[in-house]
Design a binder for this molecule. Sequence first.
Ligand code: ACO
Length: 326
Amino acid sequence: MKRARIIGTGSYLPEKILTNHDLEQTLDTSDSWIVTRTGIRERRIAAEGENTSDLAAKAGAKALEMAGVKPDEVDLIVVGTITGDFPWPATACMVQQKLGCSNAFAFDLSAACSGFVYALTTAGKYLESGTAKRALVIGAEVISRILDWEDRNTCVLFGDAAGAVVLEAQEGESGLLSSHLHSDGKYWDLLYQPGFGAVHPPTSQAMEERLQYLKMQGSEVFKVAVRMLSEVAQEALAAHDLSSEAIKLFIPHQANMRILEATAKRVGFAPEQVYINVDRLGNTSGATIPVALDEANRLGMLNEGDLILLDAFGGGFTWGASLVRW
Ligand code: ACO
């Protein structure tokens, strides 16, 4: 059976580091409040003029280089993002142009913080079916542009980044073993961007009401996130009759440390099985999982045959887990 195997990873972080102490200068907040509640110490912020497609293309180029795949050998590009360069066309088309992937078809996928796991699953199906042989799958966000920097409830939590993988259809035991995706639209308004879609077009009144910025009911999101992240991780393990000890590395969506720790505890992962970078990067939405995967890969933490569990949760609500054999 053909599987979608990860043959290269890459990531890109904007240069600018914004620390909690920097935020103390402009907001009624403190380093200790942010660290205690979220575990976040600093995050990256894209430079003026640096857009999601720029971050995505840089992460993608690194993944292609590691994989030894030339741009024109890519058949498909999927970008998971909620902060694309424009409402349309797809940021994936700009990435295609920037990288010179002239033979690829390209589209974006909107599943908020679950965007990468949804995109990986979707690309995996094209490879398993034989429609494409190689895919570039990217999670990329410049979420700093949709944050209300006057709202301490939300702006301290997020950061900008991009991560990418190159998938190749291969026979054998390694690759994407299964994905388990879910959505529940009854929660759509707990975490969303009210403007500037069709409901609230970009009028001056919408701007005055600050509708262009991300809105979140944090404690409600927290409760559902921990439950869904744990349940879907357990669902993925059960589908393969595995216990948590069988997993070499658990890579949960890096929303905040308390969500990560509560989820890992519920599923039964030891701290050394869990990859964490939320302290350095904050919540980068669709980019958290591919950035973490690339960091772990480049640190030499992954060996052939290792089982890796990716676990995502985001606006919609959407959530999902993917089990990968390295
Ligand atoms: N600095 C100082 N005080 C703050 C800050 C801040 N940055 N933000 C909020 N507060 C205040 C609030 O105003 C409130 O004050 P009040 O009691 O005087 O009204 C107080 O702190 C407590 O606020 P709560 O919202 O009850 O704090 P809570 O313990 O729930 O923590 C947090 C807030 C960290 C947002 C938490 O709810 C959380 O982690 N939620 C998950 C949200 C998340 O991670 N979303 C990311 C997107 S979804 C995802 O990726 C899974």
